[in-house]
Design a protein around this ligand. Sequence first.
Ligand SMILES: *[C@@H]1O[C@H](CO)[C@@H](O)[C@H](O)[C@H]1NC(C)=O
Ligand SMILES: *[C@@H]1O[C@H](CO)[C@@H](O)[C@H](O)[C@H]1NC(C)=O
Ligand SMILES: *[C@@H]1O[C@H](CO)[C@@H](O)[C@H](O)[C@H]1NC(C)=O
Ligand SMILES: *[C@@H]1O[C@H](CO)[C@@H](O)[C@H](O)[C@H]1NC(C)=O
Length: 622
Amino acid sequence: MLLKKAFLAFSLISLGWTANVEPFSYTNETFLLHGKPFQIIGGQMDPQRIPHELWSDRLAKARAMGLNTIFSYVYWDQLEPVQGTWETSGNNDIAKYFKTAQEHGLNVVLRPGPYICGEHEWGGFPFWLSEVPGMVVRTNNKPFLSATKSYIQNLAKDLKPLLITNGGPILMVQVENEYGSYGDNHVYIGAMRDMLKAAFGKNVHLYTNDGGEESMIEGGQISGVLAESDGDPKTGFAARDKYVTDPSSLGPQLDGEYYVTWLDQWASNNTHQTDAGNRKSIQTVQSDLDWILKQNSSFSIYMVHGGTNWGFQNGADWGDALEPITTSYDYGAPIDESGRTNDIYRAIRQTIASHVGEHNIPDVIDEEPLIEIPDIKLGPSSKLFDSLPDPVAKKSPINMEAIGQAVGFILYRHVATSATKGNINVGDYPRDRILIYVNGRRIGVIDSLYVTPNTLEVSLKKNDVLDLLVENMGRVNYGERIVEQRKGIVGNVTLGDSVLSNWQIYPLPLASPPDSTSSNVKIAKASGPVFFEGTFDVNKVGDTFLELPGWTKGVVWVNGVNLGRYWTIGPQQTLYLPGCYLKEKENKITVLALEPTGEEGSVRGITTRNWGNNPDPDAPSG
Ligand SMILES: *[C@@H]1O[C@H](CO)[C@@H](O)[C@H](O)[C@H]1NC(C)=O
Ligand SMILES: *[C@@H]1O[C@H](CO)[C@@H](O)[C@H](O)[C@H]1NC(C)=O
Ligand SMILES: *[C@@H]1O[C@H](CO)[C@@H](O)[C@H](O)[C@H]1NC(C)=O
Ligand SMILES: *[C@@H]1O[C@H](CO)[C@@H](O)[C@H](O)[C@H]1NC(C)=O
């Protein structure tokens, strides 16, 4: 009897206890998962940079490295490409990605921005924000708060069911992103907090993530939200301890972005960032992660797998000049751009295993070999300037966003009404890379990539046609110019003191390659951009890296998928082509050659990537 009573009391207590335990919470010292101390062993992997066909493979590999949590930014510009729309198919199906993560035994930390930096186009902001009157991004500005609120509400509709409190994998949601590196307006950061609480529920666990310096931590933290740091864990944790005193922002330490290496930017003297093959650097990574784990603290490796800036999705930094991010977002990550694991992966796995036990980590996954594709012969199929869309006629140039265009190219054409001559000025500053033609012949290149962009004397006779082909190289995601990111031409075009008026403006977003081809395309010296086409078969579908020997700069599509920009200056020399975009027969490849030389002939698939630089044929002299 006595025994039975005791048992009853015990089970009532244990039932009550279970019902009251939050699935995820934290004390000052530790996170708690289902009531037990829990270290977040995380890595960053963004769904929108990975073909959705490959999500499961990449997530399984992250889990097999020993990670228990995936951190993901989501890109607002891709989800709401036109204001008021909501696009969640293919690579934008974030809910599906998170469910797949859960199936692989991974928790999730959601980093929705609205500003995410992430070396992505305008840090995740959609281009159309530029055209909303009164808009100032990243501040307590009515138009910005209202656009953000609608975005966060749409996102919460899809993702709130996936919070851990609702049986999903999402542990926490980040408020803004490294805001303390940018400002210290706590009214704004408070508004971001409140918006997330309103959309995801008042019990959602929020955190901020800032660089490990006083001004950054103080600028970014906000009452009621767990404050965390990123970068070097020792400095970051010490700074958090020192500068966060609001008890409602205290909790266990998390290095929200532990960098193994760094990103790549186009430039003829930039080398690819990686620690692969560098034993000493890898040992430093191991000892940092080991230290964090021994502290009972948490981390997220930025990036565990970077993926690819498909199409025109790359961002740019602004330093002394524009620093556009390469198509590859390999990031020197343990799981490389093509999903292959390297010595960094194996080393980190070993470090994690020494803490959690090898038997608690799934086995390493076998990898398919990459495939070779012998030379694919390409022939010129059409000229960009021969199949222009209907133009918009304006007295003065207008920017890309003003005609509803997000990315790609835009052509400004002016016919001289009298002889004019002088140094050309293309608006307030070059945005970004401008190929300049007179009567169809290229006479120069101006690019904000160069600290001192080219100056160029242009001489026009009456009726001469001046073409300015402007390439949007990616809106700034980090640096002082981030506030205003209109592309194309902003301001007047002048030759010396003369303002050139009356422009035909042709939007060229190149959302897909052209389907009109001509059999008789001749490439003259310094001619305008030319599309090349070819077809190829493969013995067995698989991943490969496309190499473009002799090609200068442009864009590649395979079976209609935009694989991104290529540029001979490097450091990226090959484009990742995943097998999921291939079939065995009749694959179609289209290459846009912006500066054709007539030397372009073929493209091939190789099994090992090339990194390196070639001289920049357009570099300013002197
Ligand atoms: C964390 O520590 C602070 C300061 O020592 C204390 O005021 C606060 O109540 C603690 N919070 C929790 C959740 O234990
Ligand atoms: C490239 O080299 C030049 C000359 O040495 C230097 O001024 C410039 O800063 C370098 N650029 C980058 C991106 O490293
Ligand atoms: C980590 O947690 C364990 C178990 O709670 C404890 O014994 C140990 O002292 C903690 N280590 C540190 C550095 O706080
Ligand atoms: C461009 O030139 C026109 C005509 O000279 C002038 O009215 C206008 O103010 C100029 N715009 C800018 C932005 O300078």
